[in-house]
Design a binder for this molecule. Sequence first.
Ligand SMILES: CCCCCCCCCC(=O)SCCNC(=O)CCNC(=O)[C@H](O)C(C)(C)COP(=O)(O)OP(=O)(O)OC[C@H]1O[C@@H](n2cnc3c(N)ncnc32)[C@H](O)[C@@H]1OP(=O)(O)O
Length: 218
Amino acid sequence: MTSSPESGWAVPADADSPHEGGFRARMDITTDRGGPRYGEFSEEIRRLMDLARYACPTPEITDELIDQVRALNKRLEDVQIDEWRSPAGTRIDLPARGNITLPPYEISEGGPDGVVASVTFRPFHLGGNDAAHGGHVAVAFDDLGGMASALAVQGITRTAYLTVSYRSLTPLRTPLRMHTWVENLDGRKAFVKGTLHDGDRLCADLDALFIALKPGQP
Ligand SMILES: CCCCCCCCCC(=O)SCCNC(=O)CCNC(=O)[C@H](O)C(C)(C)COP(=O)(O)OP(=O)(O)OC[C@H]1O[C@@H](n2cnc3c(N)ncnc32)[C@H](O)[C@@H]1OP(=O)(O)O
């Protein structure tokens, strides 16, 4: 078992792990894990986060909610699995590969010219004054910048640096256009640029370096 002493949370270690360096040496992709309604489950979890972010329950309702969320967590504890086989991150048929920790996005283009996606920051991605938190904007750039670099090097990359310039407020609940592309490929180094637009308005742009991992590199 791999465990986190702070929370007592543990996931079963995979005796036959496909992890041989990088994020995932063998991409074990399937759209079956979690079942046909896994996308609905992810969406309900996001909705839970949205509602919790803006909720102001009475003490009695907080007591009730704790019991209900504990029961839900208990149910999820029973079906824990290692990161390499969890649907979250491998369900390529779902927004953001089914990864509920990412701002949900849907890719419309992905290839040598980069990646174009529609990203929607949810109410729970609030930074302040109804605008997205800058950290969540960086998360979206990291993932889609990582995808553009992975496509360019045809392998796994890791972020060496990532600079986001915030040009105007990024709205919540609005489909936004994110474009990431490799400006320059120099050996293992992929210099990536990116933009995030709300219609014609530039919300943020990206300047990042991703490094292609060597075989076996963690
Ligand atoms: C399809 C699926 C898509 C999924 C996308 C998911 C994307 C998510 C991406 C991430 O979030 S990754 C997590 C955040 N990143 C990290 O945790 C990385 C931590 N750092 C490292 O692991 C290593 O430092 C790193 C792999 C980035 C580089 O180490 P290496 O030992 O492989 O490279 P090395 O130090 O030999 O440097 C290689 C080249 O890069 C240059 N370099 C490395 N780090 C740099 C840096 N920070 N700034 C500028 N240049 C840098 C370095 O100077 C050198 O240049 P030259 O080849 O010209 O000599």
